[in-house]
Design a protein around this ligand. Structure first.
Ligand SMILES: [Zn+2]
Length: 82
């Protein structure tokens, strides 16, 4: 293989990993809301510190996600913890 082929293969692998991570973290197993207000209203007051409604760039709907979970994922992505 030429060096160019290796570069392209690496890009493909990276793209696939990112796509898989994105799909798994956005829509799978989550209820989709039509509006932010609708999603936000389903979060009980005592859960507000742990859960948050957010816009999903994948399905263009809204989901409710755990803040702690989001933070852990973000830190892991930034390489700050395992
Ligand atoms: Zn979604």
């Amino acid at each position: 293989m030429k060096p160019d082929d290796y570069a392209e293969l690496r890009n493909l692998v990276r793209y696939d990993a990112r796509r898989r991570e994105f799909t798994a973290s956005s829509c799978s197993g989550k209820h989709r809301f039509e509006s932010f207000t609708q999603a936000d209203r389903t979060i009980r007051r005592d859960l507000r510190k742990q859960a948050r409604a957010y816009h999903c760039s994948d399905c263009h709907g809204y989901h409710v996600g755990g803040v702690a979970n989001y933070r852990r994922k973000r830190l892991a992505r930034e390489g700050k913890c395992a």
